[in-house]
Design a protein around this ligand. Structure first.
Ligand code: SF4
Length: 297
């Protein structure tokens, strides 16, 4: 079975599970990047009923936001339900990267990516979702599986082999997996075994629309200033200076909040925090939370 066909089979199996156990269509999560567009195209080819979900991070480049809107408009014209989570709170306020930083009292950090859990991995509770997670992306992702649950504790009760799930219909393993998932968010990662080159080839040859950021020299598209982008942030802030200003301003408010709580720090203003934050990946010894003694063990 080639990778495209295997991914489509995973999507079809997940769709069956979603309809059978949640009585709702499978959701394709969508971020506007190449992996998302590849997934979307595979979903279309699978012939299953599905919905599409995007979490608005508030730190995406304008090109990504427009790309998402364009894709969603076309999907909706084709009768596919699309949903964007703008993180509206019960008091009517909206959660953004810019108010989350002062609230969390520290910048988002490679090892403390609170923004992802609050702005990106939101919504779709008690539903089955598909993500574009791939083994090749990181060592941590190598531990992921094609079929998973969230929270992962449930998954720990039973080890599920992707091959077994795909090849053996209605066997005990599959039934047990499904029974364990009834109340959890269940996840399928259809392109988990795709290499970067597989994704790029499929993206340029098979996907109709492309995020313009790839033509501006970006290899990944995500939040501007994402700590996972490392040195790539230098180009991002040169191309999108308004986001630099927004981070500096959020860091300034973060310092004021820290002061109100009697928390110590060494910075005079938001600009100094920004400079320190940008050195994160370029100077050895900077990967430390020592600057935030209140969260040290
Ligand atoms: S900045 Fe990075 S870690 Fe934070 S929400 Fe965006 S992608 Fe996730």
């Amino acid at each position: 079975m080639d990778k495209e066909q295997k991914a489509i089979e995973r999507i079809r199996l997940a769709s069956e599970m979603s309809l059978g156990h949640y009585a709702q269509p499978l959701i394709c999560t969508y971020s506007g990047g190449k992996d998302s567009d590849v997934m979307l195209e595979l979903f279309k080819r699978s012939g299953i009923p599905f919905e599409v979900h995007n979490s608005h991070t508030t730190a995406d480049a304008p090109q990504t936001v427009y790309h998402i809107r364009k894709i969603f408009r076309e999907l909706e014209l084709g009768g596919i339900k699309c949903d964007i989570d703008y993180h509206k709170q019960s008091d009517g306020s909206v959660r953004t990267m810019w108010n989350l930083i002062p609230k969390k009292l520290m910048p988002p950090w490679r090892r403390m990516r609170y923004c992802c859990s609050e702005l990106k991995e939101t919504g779709c509770a008690n539903r089955m979702i598909a993500t574009g997670v791939r083994w090749e992306e990181s060592n941590k992702r190598k531990e992921r599986e094609a079929f998973e649950t969230n929270p992962p504790k449930i998954k720990d009760k039973i080890k599920v082999s992707d091959e077994k799930m795909l090849l053996t219909d209605n066997d005990d393993t599959r039934r047990l997996f499904e029974q364990c998932q009834l109340k959890a968010k269940t996840i399928v990662n259809p392109i988990i075994d795709w290499l970067d080159e597989d994704v790029w080839d499929f993206y340029w040859s098979e996907c109709k629309y492309h995020n313009p950021l790839y033509e501006m020299g970006y290899m990944r598209v995500g939040c501007i200033g994402c700590p996972m982008a490392g040195k790539g942030r230098i180009k991002e802030f040169a191309d999108f200076p308004k986001y630099k200003k927004a981070y500096i301003s959020a860091f300034q408010r973060m310092l004021e909040c820290r002061l109100q709580r009697g928390l110590t720090h060494k910075w005079k203003n938001g600009e100094e925090v920004f400079l320190w934050w940008m050195e994160d990946d370029t100077l050895s010894g900077q990967m430390s939370f020592i600057e935030f003694p209140e969260i040290m063990p």
